[in-house]
Ligand binder design. Structure first.
Ligand SMILES: [Zn+2]
Ligand SMILES: [Zn+2]
Ligand SMILES: [Zn+2]
Ligand SMILES: [Zn+2]
Length: 669
């Protein structure tokens, strides 16, 4: 366009083609190459020798394109496409935010639950729901150090790293002018948060932090309710609740209001409209809205008196503060005058109705709160392998996700991107089977007794999932990742107070107390090694870890979780030293432990494979790296879908490796 000499144009086009290949815009690259070739055929401008060089370069470039095309088509593209097809293209007509492959059922024992309406493949997206409400968990101190001297408190909390509205990670947050506690990723998020709820919450900050996150979620839910269908909410908060027994003493009114089942109300009033399933509208549709939130069970009869008292006290403290603020304060967020008119009777004279609604939400939260988690990279800059851990970012309410029942060995996997939860099938789910999700006590993390106890005390039910039933009948004491082994023959040892060797020809026995105290000592030693590792004392960390490994071998099963952790730390230390071979060897051992404990297609396995891929990648072990990347990708796609950061990183690693010229006889692990 700007008069570049014509005889140099082939050079320019070649550059263009190379750039396009690097950018992965393969079709355009091919087009540029064929343009170049045809312009040559029409007007040969180069000397023969130059022409040959160009020909060779073009040939190499074409091969590169072909290789990339094959790869993206066979592996990533095929996989990614398969997962994109599973995106919620066909939304469920009965339940918003859910796939058409599920349907909502109800029965007196299970309550509401979801079943598969057709065979579901692993990785299929079943629910993709934005939180009705979410509140960032305050003050969880993260294990990050910013490299500053400890003269100041440089500990970082979630509240410093994530937007208080959308939960996106942001390194240069915009703080609220009023409180500077709430921080946002952008001016827009700040404005939205202000309009929706922060105009009221801002002055209550200190009180909300004291009362805790449940109380905060309860308040924010009712604040958000103002923006829902005004008539509906007025009916819910003002109509249904206070019409019932307005004249009764407040205490009685409150108890009744909290206990009654909102869903059954329409029948009691003798109305003709009857909603078949609680939380659904008159057309039988279940949506992510305030009405559905109100219908989550508060389990009033199950909570202890102490807990109920504490909730009531917290809410009444909050109400006092709200009343102290002018009633107009509650209105300022409302922009539409129509809404203002509709809200007026609810908000102004009857702040006690707000209290009732908030108390109901607070009681619902013990069973219905959903922790919003994020995967956080914990590796410091020097570590080339990133380690990741799951952190609790926020607490939210997801009315559709709340429809899922619990299993200790669930058939789904949940992940979050900002405030959106996605639930994917983690295994094949047959038509008619229930869609199950784990509330926390997973069989690979806890024993049966502990799980049962936890579910009973927090969720008020006895788990009868297959893992629990199987666990009750099984006589073997521990799973292999908690098992001890015989010090003389290495067979597993079992028993309660005294453990004896499983090998018939061996008479070794040892008391459990002794083993437990040895394990504690070992864990302490591992702790020392970790500290050395963190402080960059790599050689000493390795010495310490090898000692731990030796000790572990003498009394722990080869698949004990502590053995896995030691191997993982060793891999970390060798990687930091740049010894990729040793690092990979140790990580492969850790991988075996993870596989035994969590299963070959678990998300834990995916993260571990991701680490191994990084090691092979950094060690230029091309075939091993490609193989591991493929495995990691396959596992992670099932749990997270194609948009995930780790998957994108893997794909970048892969295309980088494929650009490498093959090194004949080069270093390989
Ligand atoms: Zn934001
Ligand atoms: Zn503020
Ligand atoms: Zn169970
Ligand atoms: Zn033995």
């Amino acid at each position: 366009m700007h008069g570049y000499p014509e005889r140099l144009q082939p050079k320019m086009m070649l550059r263009k083609a190379e750039c396009l290949v690097l950018l992965g815009r393969l079709q355009e690259a091919s087009q540029t190459i064929s343009d170049l070739e045809s312009s040559f055929a029409a007007k040969p401008t180069l000397a023969a020798s130059q022409f040959q060089i160009l020909q060779r370069t073009l040939c190499r470039l074409k091969m590169k394109i072909q290789k990339k095309e094959n790869l993206t088509e066979t592996v990533s593209a095929a996989l990614t496409k398969a997962f994109e097809d599973m995106d919620l293209r066909e939304e469920n007509k009965q339940i918003s935010s859910a796939s058409a492959s599920v349907s909502l059922c109800t029965d007196p024992f299970k309550g509401r639950y979801l079943i598969a309406t057709k065979d579901i493949l692993p990785g299929e997206l079943l629910v993709k729901e934005d939180a009705f409400v979410s509140v960032l968990n305050p003050a969880e101190v993260l294990p990050l150090h910013l490299g500053l001297e400890s003269k100041w408190d440089t500990r970082v909390t979630n509240g410093d790293l994530y937007c208080h509205r959308c939960l996106k990670r942001s390194l240069a947050p915009v703080p609220c002018d009023g409180c500077s506690y709430a921080k946002y990723c952008s001016q827009e998020c700040m404005q939205q948060a202000w309009d929706l709820y922060h105009n009221i919450e801002c002055s209550l900050g200190a009180l909300l932090l004291t009362l805790g996150v449940f109380c905060h979620v309860a308040l924010r839910s009712t604040l958000l309710a103002r923006f829902e269908d005004a008539g509906e909410v007025t009916r819910k908060l003002c109509g249904d609740i206070s019409n019932k027994d307005t004249r009764l003493p407040e205490s009685k009114n409150l108890v009744q209001t909290l206990s009654y089942d909102l869903g059954g109300e329409s029948e009691k009033n003798g109305k003709t409209v009857e909603t078949p399933i609680p939380g659904c509208d008159i057309n039988g549709k279940y949506e992510n809205n305030y009405y559905a939130v109100c219908n989550l069970l508060p389990h009033t009869e199950n909570h202890s008196a102490e807990y109920k008292f504490l909730c009531a006290l917290s809410i009444s403290a909050l109400c006092r503060q709200l009343e102290a603020a002018s009633p107009q304060a509650l209105m300022t967020g409302l922009t539409s005058s129509k809404l203002k008119a509709a809200m007026a009777p609810v908000l102004c004279p009857e702040s006690s109705i707000w209290g009732v609604a908030m108390l109901r939400h607070m009681l619902q939260l013990q069973c219905n709160a959903q922790a919003i988690t994020a995967i956080q990279q914990t590796g410091s800059k020097e570590n080339i392998i990133t380690d990741s851990r799951q952190v609790r970012l926020a607490t939210g309410i997801f009315p559709v996700v709340s429809l899922l029942n619990h299993s200790c060995s669930p058939n789904t996997s949940m992940s979050f991107v900002s405030t959106v939860a996605t639930v994917r099938a983690s295994q094949h789910i047959g038509k008619g089977q229930e869609i199950l999700h784990c509330y926390g006590p997973h069989e690979s993390r806890m024993g049966v007794a502990e799980r049962q106890q936890k579910l009973r005390s927090q969720y008020f039910f006895d788990c009868t999932c297959p893992a629990c039933q199987h666990g009750k009948h099984r006589t073997t004491a521990e799973p292999r990742w908690e098992a001890f082994c015989c010090c003389s023959c290495r067979a597993l040892i079992q028993g309660d107070e005294v453990l004896s060797c499983g090998n018939a020809s061996c008479t070794e026995s040892v008391s459990r107390d002794h083993l437990v105290s040895r394990l504690q000592d070992l864990q302490q030693q591992v702790g020392i090694a970790r500290k050395l590792l963190r402080n960059g004392k790599l050689e000493r960390a390795i010495q310490q870890l090898l000692g731990c490994q030796h000790d572990a071998e003498s009394f722990l099963s080869a698949e004990h979780s502590v053995v896995g952790e030691i191997e993982d730390d060793l891999a970390q230390a060798y990687a930091a030293l740049g010894d990729w071979q040793k690092s990979a060897a140790h990580l492969q051992k850790s991988l075996r432990v993870v596989e035994v404990r969590h299963g070959p297609s678990s998300v834990e396995m995916g993260h571990e494979l991701f680490k191994l891929a990084q090691i092979f990648f950094n060690g230029f072990a091309v075939p091993e790296a490609l193989n591991t990347i493929r495995k990691a990708e396959k596992v992670l796609l099932v749990h997270y879908g194609p948009g995930n950061d780790e998957i994108q990183e893997l794909q970048k690693m892969k295309s980088c490796l494929l650009d490498l010229p093959p090194i004949p006889g080069g270093p390989s692990l």
